[in-house]
Write a protein that binds this ligand. Structure first.
Ligand code: GLV
Length: 327
C-alpha cells in the first residue's frame, strides 16, 4: 500500500511534524506567517489523503468536494473556518484539539483582563514614549480586580478555567449559557444569570462561546448600553462574536472603561480607529500560543489523522454523524 499523504497547510511545531513523519509522507504549504490562498490549498491537496489545517484557512464546500481527503484535522479548538456541514455530507470526519489549550487560553484571557483593568499596555507605551518623569498619585489609575464581579459568557471548559482564576483573585462569578453548569456552580459558587443581568452587573465580561450563527454579534450596541462605565470586555473567543464597530463607539464614548481583545471581526484586520484608543489592549490571536500548548495541539491533530489511517474513529471528532451514517 502506498504511503498516506498529508497536506499540512502551514508550519506547525516540530513535535507535530516529527510525529507525522513516523508514519506519513507530508508536505507543508508554507513556512510564512500568513494564511494560504485558496489556490495554494487546492494545489497542496492534490493527491493528499488528509488535510491538517489551521484556523486561518477557510475550508469551503468547494475545496472539500474537489479533493479526496479522508479527514480534515484542524489544529485549533474552534472550527468555524471549516464548512462542517459540507464535510459531513461528503462523509469526511473533521477533528479539533479540545482540552489541551484550556489552561493556556484561560491564562491569556486573564492577562488581558488584568491588562485592561490596570492599563498595563498603555503604561508600557507611556514609559517607552519617555513620559515617565516621576511617580504620580494620579498617574494611570485603573480599576481593581479583587472583590469585583466577573461575568463569563459560555461556561464551557475555557470559561470555567477563567472563572477559576477569577475566584482565586477574590472575584464573584456570574455566568450565562444555553444551559446551567452545576459543577461550575458547586466548584466556584458561580451564579447562573440572564444575558441582560450579566451585562448589567459584571465589572469584567469575558467571552467563551464558539462562533455560530447564534453567537455572531452576541455583543453589540444593546449590550454596551447595559454595561457600566467602569466595566471591561475581554474577547479571546472569536472576533465576530462582538460587533467591532459598536465596541469602537462604546470605547470612544467611554460607555465602558476598557477592552482586551485577542480576536477580531475581520482578522487580521482591526477596525479603523481601535488602534488609536488607549483603553483597549490588542493582541494578535495569541491565547493558546505557548510552546507547550502549540506542540500538544499539533501532535493531537496528527493523532486524529493516525486514527483515521488505522480505521478508527478519531478521538476529537466534531461531526459524529459521519460515523453514524457509516453504521
Ligand atoms: C484558537 O483560537 C483555537 O480555536 O484553538
Amino acid at each position: 500500500m502506498s504511503q498516506f499523504k498529508v497536506f499540512v497547510t502551514r508550519e506547525i511545531p516540530r513535535a507535530g511534524l516529527d510525529l507525522l513523519g513516523t508514519r506519513c509522507e507530508f508536505t507543508v504549504g508554507s513556512y510564512e506567517e500568513k494564511p494560504l490562498a485558496e489556490a495554494e490549498i487546492r494545489n497542496g491537496l492534490k493527491g493528499a489523503d488528509a488535510l491538517l489545517c489551521l484556523l486561518t484557512e477557510r475550508i469551503t464546500r468547494e475545496i472539500l468536494s474537489d479533493c479526496h481527503v479522508k479527514i480534515v484535522a484542524n489544529a485549533a479548538v474552534g472550527y468555524d473556518n471549516i464548512d462542517v456541514k459540507a464535510a459531513t455530507e461528503l462523509g469526511i470526519p473533521v477533528t479539533n484539539t479540545p482540552g489541551v489549550l484550556t489552561e493556556t487560553t484561560a491564562d491569556f484571557a486573564f492577562s488581558l483582563l488584568m491588562s485592561s483593568a490596570r492599563r498595563i499596555a498603555e503604561a508600557d507605551r507611556f514609559v517607552r514614549a519617555g513620559k515617565f518623569t516621576g511617580w504620580g498619585m494620579m498617574m494611570l489609575l485603573g480599576n481593581d480586580v479583587y472583590g469585583k464581579t466577573l461575568g463569563i459568557v459560555g461556561m464551557g471548559r475555557i470559561g470555567r478555567a477563567v472563572a477559576k482564576r477569577g475566584k482565586g483573585f477574590g472575584m464573584k462569578i456570574v455566568y450565562t449559557d444555553q444551559a446551567r453548569n452545576p459543577e461550575a456552580e458547586a466548584e466556584l459558587g458561580a451564579e447562573f444569570v440572564s444575558k441582560e443581568t450579566l451585562f448589567r452587573s459584571a465589572d469584567f465580561v469575558s467571552l467563551h462561546v464558539p462562533l455560530t450563527p447564534e453567537t455572531r454579534h452576541f455583543v453589540g450596541a444593546a449590550e454596551f448600553a447595559l454595561m457600566k462605565p467602569t466595566s471591561h470586555l475581554i474577547n479571546t473567543a472569536r472576533g465576530p462574536v462582538v460587533d467591532e464597530q459598536a465596541l469602537l463607539q462604546a470605547l470612544k464614548d467611554r460607555k465602558i472603561a476598557g477592552a482586551g481583545l485577542d480576536v477580531y471581526e475581520r482578522e487580521p484586520q482591526v477596525t479603523a480607529g481601535l488602534m488609536e484608543l488607549d483603553n483597549v489592549t490588542l493582541a494578535p490571536h495569541l491565547a493558546s500560543a505557548s510552546v507547550e500548548t502549540r506542540s500538544r495541539m499539533a501532535t493531537m491533530a496528527v493523532e486524529n489523522i493516525f486514527a483515521v489511517m488505522d480505521g478508527r474513529r478519531p478521538p476529537n471528532l466534531v461531526n459524529p454523524d459521519v460515523y453514524a451514517a457509516r453504521g
